[in-house]
Design a protein around this ligand. Structure first.
Ligand code: BG6
Length: 510
């Protein structure tokens, strides 16, 4: 039964299925390549388990994890169980439910590059070609094309099958194009699901509802009323055990090319004709194509690269620098990036869109700040300042939408204004558990709903803009600016906004 005291508790049933609020998807089989990798163990298997607990996954579905390691099925089940218990705070964990879930799970040890035992995988799949078959490639993107080709040769990629590609798709436009071409040789575009897990977050989907489900915002949503927009994805974690990947990638490729640009698109695109995948994606791509390219002439004015050095956490713990975290003696990889972007269209011309993301910042916070313009004229006199309105869309944590307004402070003795928020907090209004982004996205793949996945031209357009920045950085040899771990990022990022009379919102905890 659901724990009504704890909105994040996972409802479990120990007996037979109880009535569920979730509509079950059709039976399916999913093959997870990279089955022993971090993503599969931390996110994908737990996500499938949670959907199973909500009775959304029919019991005749199957999950086959594939990896090079020579695990038996039992070893693999032990591994995912101990990972689940380590990573998830599941107060209501049920051995019985977990055992039922395990009946769906199988394991195949295949070296996808050199192995010739693809028949082992075939033997674990249903020969019925009408059954939905999902291949999830939680592997380095350079292998995507090759794996797809092998699936084709092995006769496994039948018409009912679809493929999920984890980000990043490539490291630049050329590599992304090459991967898309190779995957496209095997799967039609409508069968390719390019994941950006930010699109699976509740609050990111809420952007669409907030903008297009309310009549109030649209008339104000342009340069006529908006001064600037700020999109921040700040993380308090460092690079963890992903140093070798991260050092070759940096924050621009890891976060901006995908998550931040998706947030930018959803915040600024025109209203799509419908919520259907192609209508939605067509509007997003128009934004990407309208982004002002960053050139060697503008790059130092509109971007800041940063890297953390030793610092202190919020609770006073010393934190290492990036170089020690990664185990290298020198690196110019950016762990922080701030960009002043411009969208060249009628709606947004002249409105700075500030993007910022960083590791080891003072706290974890993702939010979109819509800063409105000041009132054109004040009737209250010079001694009564009026703060411009602001809307803060908090994506995580403490999900909320806050609209800051001016009101009269009650009391005698003159007229004083106060700035207070209308606060639409998720915690105050909803007691449901928020599913992890992967839960929603995995079920959408099975349902065949592409709305929350990136189309090929979208990924390539994002790379074109990002490539411009990477090339410009190389051309002017723009160095990283250092910032202490646990801080709000390099001073240069504040200076960039100060030149326009603007200021970043605080990242420190509320
Ligand atoms: C991933 C990045 O895509 O997103 C990571 O590769 C980052 O570096 C993560 O930490 C952030 O996701 P979330 O959901 O924790 O905000």
């Amino acid at each position: 039964m659901a724990d009504t005291q704890n909105p994040h508790a996972i409802p479990h049933v120990d007996g037979d299925d109880t009535a569920s609020a979730f509509v079950p998807v059709a039976p399916f089989e999913i093959v997870v390549f990279g089955g022993t990798g971090d993503l599969a163990r931390r996110k994908l298997l737990p996500a499938l388990y949670h959907r199973f607990c909500d009775n959304q996954i029919p019991a005749n579905s199957r999950i086959v994890a594939v990896s090079r390691s020579e695990h038996s099925r039992e070893d693999y089940l032990d591994l995912i169980k101990s990972n689940y218990l380590d990573f998830e705070q599941d107060e209501n964990f049920s051995e019985k439910r977990w055992a039922k879930f395990c009946e769906l799970v199988d394991y195949a040890g295949i070296d996808v590059i050199d192995g010739d035992n693809w028949d082992d995988l075939r033997g674990k799949l249903d020969p019925d070609e009408k059954l939905i078959r999902v291949f999830y490639l939680a592997m380095p993107p350079r292998l995507f094309g090759e794996i797809c080709a092998k699936l084709k040769t092995a006769g496994l990629a039948h018409k009912g099958s679809r493929v999920v590609l984890e980000k990043p798709i490539g490291t630049d436009f050329d590599s992304a194009h090459e991967i898309n071409e190779a995957v496209g040789q095997v799967f039609d575009e409508e069968r390719i699901y390019r994941i950006d897990h930010y699109l699976g977050k509740e609050t990111v989907q809420n952007l669409l509802v907030l903008r297009f489900g309310n009549v109030l915002l649209e008339p104000l949503w342009s340069s006529s009323a908006i001064e600037h927009i700020e999109i921040t994805v700040a993380e308090s974690i460092g690079v963890g055990g992903r140093g070798s990947y991260y050092d070759g990638s940096g924050a621009l490729r890891d976060m901006v090319q995908n998550h931040l640009l998706q947030l930018l698109c959803l915040s600024t695109m025109e209203m799509p004709a419908s919520i259907n995948a192609d209508d939605l994606r067509t509007e997003k791509i128009k934004v990407l194509r309208a982004l002002e390219p960053v050139t060697p002439d503008s790059v130092e004015k509109v971007t800041v690269r940063g890297q953390y050095v030793k610092g202190m956490s919020e609770d006073g713990q010393p934190m290492d620098d990036y170089l020690s975290d990664v185990g290298v003696t020198s690196s110019q990889a950016e762990t922080y990036v701030a960009i002043q972007a411009q969208i060249k269209n009628w709606r947004w011309a002249g409105v700075p869109i500030y993007l910022r993301t960083g590791k080891r910042m003072s706290s974890r916070r993702s939010e979109i700040v819509i800063q409105f313009k000041p009132v054109p004229h004040s009737i209250f006199g010079k001694g009564t300042p009026i703060n411009p309105n602001k809307m803060v869309i908090r994506l995580q944590p403490d999900e909320a939408v806050k609209l800051w307004l001016e009101i009269k402070e009650p009391g005698a003795g003159g007229l004083r204004l106060k700035t207070l928020p209308l606060n639409l907090s998720y915690a105050d209004n909803f007691t449901v558990r928020y599913p992890d982004a992967y839960e929603r996205l995995l079920m959408d793949v099975v349902r065949g709903n592409l709305s929350l996945f990136m189309r090929r031209d979208e990924v390539e357009a994002a790379w074109r803009w990002v490539d411009g920045i990477i090339d410009a950085w190389a051309s002017v040899e723009q160095p990283v600016q250092y910032y202490p771990a646990g801080s709000e990022g390099p001073k240069a990022a504040s200076d960039m906004l100060a030149k326009n009379g603007d200021k970043w919102a605080d990242i420190s905890p509320l």
